[in-house]
Design a protein. Structure first.
Length: 490
């Protein structure tokens, strides 16, 4: 999508759908100009419908030839003193979705003067709002899918920085890559697909991508990843995307759970609900997509994106409840439930991460239903044994507008994963399932500064809300980019 910046007067430009933003507590001058052009009809309609310009509220009016654009959309920004980058991103997404529903072709945005850094959220919001998962929808020749052809931001007494618009585009495109990967079914989004996409990042400067297949994973001794994947025909992949810029201000490691399908294995899931388990690579999608953004932005920070990708399937060759696994770091694990597979895969990838000796490591995983029960689908759970690092990641998530809530890594729960036959088991007691999963991971992070995000809830949602779309959300990408940027600017 080509986004243009134009200096001309929006009211005689050739957009066919003009979006005019307005505050709840004071009408913007653009709103007033629009009303003058429409000879008072706008204010009349707003009053009649008691339209308050609350954030994300919209009101569409036919201009009946009084201005060039056929439709004018009043876009609520909410109260002026609560206006922020994140509000802007949400309202832009809502507005473009409304324009799409109205079959707009060339859409114009007329917004009040913004703080310079808000500009990124302009293009990000629009492109996040435009996202649709439609690659498997056949196109009907008689009734082709509608597409918005052009978007123009009007500079109205202030300058819109093209560079920041471009950055917003990189970020939104990357979130949309994660959304697409999550939405793709498991017969399409395989470990090989994740590896091939990662490999393509090598076209950018300072990137090297290493992919291990089954043979190498076995010879390296990643016992968790091997066990989980051994019931599947689909080949497992361990993926390492290394971004090593010349001027680096630190080193980060991001780890993603990449279960392209989780049937539960021999501890098979009930039929109802299993069909959702194609989203079990949401962590991997977030890591790969964040790496895409970081690489395109060429941030001044070394970042390693690591993914353990495989399928968890029942088969004559599957790993069994009761198996004892030797993990990549040498610890042994007694398998009590083959559906607690994510932690086994992550354990090996986390250990690989520790060997890179990072300043900080973050893993993202659709790890437990328990975390969803605790927090719902808006928040991810955050676990760390280092308060300063937990706070750094929480701050990044807050600035990125992705909700995270810290949950306890309660050492007293640690006894629930003790094993009589091996070092630990992969299954905790009946309560605190999100915490016991995190406590399991802690056995594999060594001395590394580490934080675990359980994103089972927000990875895939049923309802759109502002910039968040329904289906795969790309949750986590924005937090990881923000985290890398805080280092890059430090
Ligand atoms: N992939 C699931 C967790 C999950 C559930 C993700 C719902 C997204 C939505 C994970 O591998 C799993 O099966 N976890 C089990 C763990 C249990 C066996 C200890 C769970 O949460 O029930
Ligand atoms: Zn599972
Ligand atoms: Zn899983």
């Amino acid at each position: 999508m080509q986004i243009q910046i134009a200096k001309q007067n929006a009211f005689d430009s050739d957009v066919d759908f003009l979006i005019v933003a307005n505050f709840e507590d004071q009408n913007t001058s653009d709103f007033q100009t629009a009303d003058t052009h429409l000879q008072g009809a706008l204010l009349q309609k707003v009053t009649k419908l008691k339209f308050k310009s609350k954030a994300k509220d919209t009101l569409c009016i036919d201009t009946l030839g009084k201005i060039k654009a056929q439709s004018l959309l009043v876009l609520g920004l909410g109260k002026s003193d609560q206006y922020s980058d994140l509000v802007l991103r949400d309202v832009c997404a809502v507005a473009i979705r409304e324009a799409y529903k109205q079959k707009a072709n060339h859409v114009g945005f007329l917004l009040p003067s913004l703080p310079k850094n808000s500009t990124r959220e302009l293009s990000a919001g629009v492109l996040l709002g435009l996202y649709q998962f439609n690659q498997f929808m056949s196109k009907d020749a008689e009734n082709p899918r509608h597409e918005i052809s052009q978007i123009t931001f009007f500079e109205n007494g202030f300058t819109i920085d093209q560079n920041l618009v471009n950055q917003g585009q990189i970020i939104a495109d990357s979130v949309n890559v994660a959304r697409e990967l999550v939405n793709e079914p498991a017969n399409v989004c395989t470990p090989t697909r994740l590896a091939d996409l990662s490999k393509s990042f090598e076209a950018q400067p300072n990137v090297q991508v290493t992919v291990w297949g089954r043979e190498k994973i076995v010879s390296e001794g990643m016992g968790g990843l091997i066990a989980v994947s051994q019931g599947a025909t689909e080949e497992p992949k361990f993926i390492h995307i290394a971004y090593t810029p010349k001027n680096s201000r630190g080193r980060l490691v991001f780890v993603g759970k990449g279960l392209t399908f989780d049937s539960g294995g021999l501890s098979i899931k009930p039929a109802k609900g299993m069909e959702e388990m194609f989203i079990d690579m949401g962590g991997a999608a977030a890591v790969i997509a964040a790496m895409r953004a970081i690489v395109h932005l060429q941030l001044d920070i070394e970042v390693h994106g690591l993914v353990g990708a495989c399928e968890n399937m029942p088969d004559g060759n599957s790993y069994r409840p009761s198996d004892i696994l030797k993990m990549y770091n040498g610890k042994t694990v007694e398998v009590l439930n083959t559906d607690a597979e994510g932690r086994l895969v992550l354990a090996d990838v986390l250990h690989y991460g520790t060997k890179l000796n990072p300043d900080g490591m973050v893993d993202l995983a659709t790890l437990t239903g328990a975390c969803m029960v605790a927090l719902g689908t808006n928040y991810c759970g955050l676990f760390s044994d280092q308060d300063a690092w937990a706070d750094t990641v929480l701050k990044a998530s807050k600035e990125a507008g992705e909700k995270a809530w810290r949950l306890p890594l309660d050492e007293e729960l640690g006894s629930t994963i003790k094993s009589k036959r091996a070092d630990i088991t992969n299954l905790g007691g009946p309560w605190g399932g999100a915490s016991t999963a995190a406590l399991f991971l802690k056995h594999f992070k060594g001395n590394t500064t580490w934080c675990h995000l359980d994103i089972a809830g927000p990875t895939h949602v049923s309802k759109e809300n502002g910039y968040i779309c329904d289906g795969g959300t790309g949750f986590g990408v924005l937090t990881l980019i923000k985290l890398a940027e805080t280092f890059s600017k430090a």
